[in-house]
Ligand binder design. Structure first.
Ligand SMILES: Cc1cc2nc3c(=O)[nH]c(=O)nc-3n(C[C@H](O)[C@H](O)[C@H](O)COP(=O)(O)OP(=O)(O)OC[C@H]3O[C@@H](n4cnc5c(N)ncnc54)[C@H](O)[C@@H]3O)c2cc1C
Length: 447
């Protein structure tokens, strides 16, 4: 387990700074965990000032649990994104745009790929020096090596991917409407992401019909394919059953116990030889650590490509590098079962680090992180929501459904915004969203 270094030990071994210099924290990945850290990490510890640089490959942040609504077009990204440059200005950190491509632990540097926009190199490859590095680069879809997935399926793991899916979807929807043809969409993976996306796609057809595309309901078919016996295997049975019934009533074809063995241009192939027709295919069947982790200079990784961390959230091989959120793996309990890749875990780990960072910087050991499971909510867009209350709190083990669960889902997002922007600003953003919902179109219309 890495030893905690005192501030003076850290500074003494730092070739680029004197004892009175600022401590440079570099956060890579401005997602649920990383943006919260960059926004809220204390800027002074005792007599030492702390400078924070945030690196992200995107130019703006979107709360990842909302990406399926952006992919479906039922949320307009321009109203929900936070520009990193603006957040950096408001929360006093430096934003460095770019993609992390490697780490030199000896020199304490991270290397960023050149920033290329529209074929033009805006920034060359860069190296940024750190005193403390916090890796929070999230996860990516896991195709489990299934042939054809890379070439024929879309994923919605990032803002860019969700927007790309939306562009393709809108073009296909317009085409189906104009040609009077059928658009088959298949979503692979019956976890929360797949279930939520399927419901949003139905909502898209409802709203498209409202804007004049009469008969569009009969032209768009959504199929949800899951390899396990039930949808939502992380949720209690009553929720999984209720969500399936609701989706089927909305017109989604749900196929369970069906393993996809290949994706091809116009279809998915199942293990039993069946073919599912699909013009658009979305892969949402599990996550793994980012491919970039392989270039992280010998940090310990799991077979799932996640960075192994100690209970203090430090990487096992470097006492200056933390890893939090989906990109990390913290074995828990006797069985060493890792924590789930969930926004709740990422947020709690960020809060833990923000709270205890000053002590750690002054050489005191970080207390172990413990996850408090407050439950999960799955939202079927405007058609309802279901939630389990987790194993912590007054109502542990209980269920939520209907309006209460929907309010729970809204509360999660709004409390996240208030952590990022502050209570008053977060409240104003909420108010602006409510006004927009009355004055703007209910879907992202093509323009
Ligand atoms: C559609 C969808 C719905 C979901 N719904 C829920 C839900 O309802 N409840 C729930 O708890 N969880 C949900 N999740 C999971 C949840 O969003 C993640 O667990 C959470 O976002 C993880 O937070 P993070 O900070 O670790 O990573 P992220 O929030 O994914 O942030 C990672 C950041 O790192 C950046 N990045 C990645 N690689 C690099 C690189 N090489 N260089 C520079 N920057 C990089 C990315 O651009 C991103 O900004 C959902 C996920 C998806 C995709």
């Amino acid at each position: 387990m890495p030893k905690s270094l005192t501030l003076s030990e850290r500074q003494a071994s730092d070739p680029e700074q004197g004892t009175a210099g600022p401590h440079h924290v570099v956060v890579v990945g401005g997602g649920v965990a990383g943006l919260e850290i960059a926004s809220k990490l204390p800027r002074r510890v005792g007599r030492t000032s702390v400078e924070v640089t945030l690196i992200d490959r995107e130019s703006a942040y979107v709360w990842k649990p909302m990406l399926h609504t952006i992919a479906a077009g039922t949320t307009d990204v321009s109203q929900q994104e936070t520009s990193y440059v603006a957040q950096a200005r408001n929360r006093r950190f430096v934003f460095a745009p770019g993609e992390l491509r490697g780490i030199d632990r000896e020199e304490r540097k991270v290397y960023l790929s050149p920033l290329v926009i529209d074929g033009r190199t805006i920034l060359p490859e860069r190296a940024i020096h750190y005193d403390t590095l916090i890796l929070a680069i999230g996860s990516q879809a896991n195709d489990f090596g299934t042939p054809g997935v890379r070439d024929h399926c879309l994923t919605i793991d990032s803002r860019s991917q969700a927007l790309d899916f939306n562009r393709k979807l809108m073009a296909r929807v317009l085409e189906a409407d104009a040609d009077n043809s059928i658009l088959d969409i298949a979503v692979v993976g019956g976890g929360a992401t797949g279930v939520e996306l399927a419901a949003e796609l139905i909502q898209l057809t409802d709203v498209t019909a409202y804007y004049g595309a009469a008969g569009i309901h009969n032209k768009i078919r959504v199929t949800l394919v899951e390899s396990g016996p039930n949808l939502l295997n992380a949720f209690p049975d009553p929720i999984a059953i209720a969500a399936r019934e609701r989706l089927e009533r909305l017109g989604v074809t749900v196929i369970t116990g069906a393993r996809v063995v290949a994706a091809e241009a116009g279809c998915l192939r199942l293990a039993d030889g069946q073919q599912i027709r699909a013009d658009l295919k979305v892969w949402a069947a599990g996550v793994k650590g980012s491919d970039a982790c392989a270039a992280f200079d010998g940090l310990e990784l799991t077979r799932n490509n996640q960075i192994v961390v100690t209970p203090a959230l430090l990487t096992t091989r470097d006492p200056r590098i933390f890893a939090i959120g989906d990109c990390s793996s913290l074995p828990t309990g006797d069985a060493g079962k890792p924590l789930p890749a969930a926004a709740q875990v990422a947020h709690q780990q960020a809060s833990h680090l923000i709270r205890h960072f000053p002590d750690w910087l002054e050489g005191r050991a970080l207390p172990p992180f413990t996850f408090r499971d407050f439950g999960s909510i799955v939202s079927l867009g405007g058609y309802g929501a279901y939630g389990s209350l987790g194993q912590f709190g007054l109502f542990k083990g209980g269920f939520l459904r209907g309006r209460v669960a929907q309010l729970g889902h809204i509360f999660l997002y709004r409390s996240h915004q208030s952590r990022l922007h502050g209570f008053w600003r977060g409240g104003l953003i909420w108010l602006a969203d409510m006004i927009n919902s009355h004055v703007r179109p209910r879907i992202r219309l093509p323009h």
